[in-house]
Design a protein around this ligand. Sequence first.
Ligand code: GDP
Length: 308
Amino acid sequence: MSTRFTVLTGGVGGAKLVDGLTRILPPHSLTAIVNTGDDFRHFGLPISPDIDTLLYTLSGQSNQELGWGREGETWNFMAVLRSLGEEDWFNLGDGDLALHILRGAALAAGDSLSVITARFAKAWGLPLSVLPMSDDSVATWVATDEGLLPFQRYFVEHRCAPKVQMVRFEGSAEAQPAPGVISAIMACEAVFIAPSNPWLSVDPLLSIAAIRTALEETRAPVVAVSPLITGKAVKGPTAKLMAELGLDVTNAAIAYHYGDWLDGLVVHSEDDAPDTLAIARTNTLMISPDDRERVARAAMDLAAQLTR
Ligand code: GDP
C-alpha cells in the first residue's frame, strides 16, 4: 500500500503548510481537505476562496505581495463594475473570474464541487488531491456586536473589525463529507491540521459530525501546527477572535479547543505549550519555500513518533 498523508486546511495560512508537505512527500501521496464554510455566491458566481487559494499556491500562481489572489492579476472587471455603480467590496480579478465562471457552469450542469475541484487541480498538474470538505453547502456566519454577518461580509467588507460573539455553520448538521474525505482521514499515516484559523477555517470541517468522528477514530496520529507566533496571529483575526471569545491567546487554548483527538502540536520556538499532548518546536514562520519545508518536516517528524 502506498503511504498516504492527509491535511485539513483553510486558505492562506494553511496553504503554506500544504505547500511544504508536497515539497517533502512523494507526488500524489497527500490529500488536502479544504474548508468551504467561506464559500458564497457573489453576482451569481460561486466563490470558493480557500480552495482557490490552495490551487493558486500549489501551482505557483499565488500573489505574494497581496497575500491572496493570483500573481499578475488584472482588475478590468472591477473597474467596469465600479463605473456601473455596483458594490465593489469583494475583489474579483480578471483571471480569478475564470475559475468562478467555470465552476458556476459546471455546477449548473450537475457536476459536484469535488469533481470540479479535481479537474482544476489536474489541469494545473498539482501533485496532491484537493477535496472540498463537503459537496453540500455549509455557510459560516459570525455573530458580532454589529449583528449577524455572513463570513465574507465580516472578513472582507468589515475587515474583521466587529467583535465576535459566536461563530456558527449553517447547513453542517445535514452536510455529508465529500467523497474520499473520510477514507483519507481513516486510511493514512498521519493527519495534519494546518495553521489555519481554528475557529473560522478549521471548525467548519469539524462541524460536520462524520469528519470529527473520523478524527476521533482514525488510527493515524493527528498533529496540528499552531497559527500563533509569540501570542499573535501571523495574519488575520485569530488572536483578536480568541480574546473576544474570552479565551487566553495561547497554544494551550488551541489544543483544548481541538480536544482529545489531537495528539501533537507544533509550536513556534520558545512559545508556551500545553503539557497535555506531544509538542515539537521550530521556527513556524513560513515565508520562503525552505521555511515551509522546515515546518512540514517538524509536523511529519512529530507524527512519526506518535501512535494511537
Ligand atoms: P484564510 O482562510 O485565508 O484566512 O487563512 P487560514 O485560516 O488558512 O490562515 C490564517 C491563519 O494562518 C492565521 O491564524 C495565521 O496566524 C496563520 N498563519 C499564516 N501564516 C503563517 C505562518 O507562516 N506560520 C504559522 N504558524 N501560521 C501562519
